[in-house]
Design a protein. Structure first.
Length: 442
């Protein structure tokens, strides 16, 4: 029998114990983007920063659209763990890795259409487009490693081994930062350098992760991973339905941030560069707060698998409180250090001047957004993906409609106020669907 053990009472201290490794690893994730932004922001032209913003946003949209590879894995694995079905856990992981590889091949094939869409959608200058093309032509080949990493991280989150999932993310991020700085500063590769940094880091990380996971499963589950019974039609269909809903939800979420970038580009390259920096602060806060959501996913699924309604409500209450308190602390830190942090990201005076004018929104966002981030963790763990999809459809549609109107009359302030309303709408719609999760206990 496996030697993994889990508590019957889900206290704040237990959630903190699970969340701390994720918290530490999530610190490193946005720092990759911050380092890349800083490297480009200190080059001779804002075109490098604008090109990195567009290229990285688009490729992130493409990759994060398949975030179901992590989220779907967490939900199924954690509930199987609660039932004690360890064979199903292993088969789920192998199935999703195979799906990740298949999707990666499809993404690579679509490189030319992706570049065409960028050219038609953003209408960058010819010089900026060449920089975008250089980045994506390299970064897109990291997709097999990065998407497979989603699955493995989802597996460890699902079995509440957050220290291992966090080590994976930290290793990838540190390697990414090291190689990006080396390629840009030492080899002078500029935008190609940050792309190569991610590419090499992804493959080095997965080459370590796959063998480690194989031996982990053998040791703790007493199972040798095999391809036997992997192609079970009913299981594949279940994965498809869960994954497709999360795919639509994640696609819409990432499109919302792509929309913000698109609307920013209409204000001029200086505003696009400024909003790129502001988004780094929002991303940094999101990754901090997501540490509670990520740790919640596995515990929620485990509670549902055991049909323990008491544990379920303990997780919900404690995780929301921890997330909101952390969000307040983040906002306080932003108030104190905002100008210093912006100075680390760029030395272009006009970009810094514009960025300083919108600090209010970045300070205001974390406490408001903390609720929708935590709701995501609850719904992912419960595998209530249809509700997540429907909530995001409503939220994104509202965001796009409102942002067009508000930007027209209030410029960039209207755009950031729309982001505030977007976060509120995400929370309200998920709160409405929350009652559907409780049906699992009846």
């Amino acid at each position: 029998m496996p030697v993994l053990r889990y508590p019957s009472k889900i206290s704040k201290s237990y959630l903190l114990k699970l969340s701390l490794p994720i918290f530490l690893s999530n610190i490193t994730i946005p720092f990759v983007g911050i380092v890349d932004t800083s490297l480009m922001g200190h080059l001779e032209s804002e075109k490098y920063l604008a090109a990195t913003s567009i290229a990285a946003t688009v490729i992130t949209l493409v990759f994060w659209s398949f975030g179901f590879l992590r989220m779907g894995t967490v939900g199924i694995v954690s509930q199987s763990l609660g039932r004690g079905d360890y064979q199903d856990i292993v088969r789920t992981v192998i199935r999703n890795i195979l799906i990740a590889i298949f999707i990666s091949i499809f993404i690579i094939i679509l490189k030319v259409p992706i570049l065409f869409i960028i050219l038609e959608y953003f209408k960058p200058s010819s010089e900026t487009f060449e920089l975008i093309k250089a980045y994506i032509s390299i970064r897109i080949y990291s997709s097999p490693a990065e998407l497979s990493m989603y699955v493995i991280v989802g597996f460890y989150l699902g079995i509440q081994k957050t220290n291992i999932s966090s080590f994976t993310v930290i290793l990838f991020s540190i390697l990414n930062i090291f190689f990006s700085i080396y390629f840009v500063k030492n080899l002078g590769l500029k935008i190609e350098g940050v792309a190569y940094g991610t590419l090499i880091s992804a493959y080095l990380t997965i080459m370590i992760l796959i063998p480690y996971t194989y031996f982990f499963i053998k040791k703790y589950f007493k199972i040798i991973p095999r391809f036997k019974r992997i192609f079970n039609l009913n299981k594949i269909l279940k994965l498809f339905y869960i994954n497709f809903d999360i795919f639509i939800r994640t696609l819409l979420l990432t499109f919302a941030f792509l929309w913000l970038t698109f609307q920013s580009s209409k204000l001029g390259e200086e505003y696009l560069a400024a909003n790129t920096i502001l988004l780094q602060f929002l991303t940094l806060a999101a990754f901090f707060l997501d540490s509670y959501a990520f740790s919640t996913e596995g515990v929620i699924g485990y509670s549902i698998g055991r049909r323990s309604e008491k544990s379920f409500f303990q997780v919900v209450k404690n995780s929301f409180e921890l997330s909101f308190i952390t969000a307040i602390l983040i906002s306080i830190i932003y108030v104190i250090f905002f100008k210093d942090l912006v100075g680390l990201l760029t030395d272009i005076d006009i970009v810094k001047y514009i960025t300083f004018g919108f600090v209010f929104w970045i300070v205001f966002l974390p406490p408001i957004a903390s609720f929708c981030y935590q709701f995501d963790g609850v719904f992912i763990g419960a595998a209530q993906t249809k509700e997540m999809r429907n909530a995001m459809i409503i939220s994104v549609a509202t965001f796009i409609f409102i942002s067009i109107y508000l930007q027209k009359y209030f410029g960039n302030h209207g755009l950031w106020f729309s982001m505030i309303l977007f976060m509120i709408m995400r929370s309200l719609t998920l709160m409405y669907f929350f009652k559907n999760i409780l049906k699992k206990f009846k």
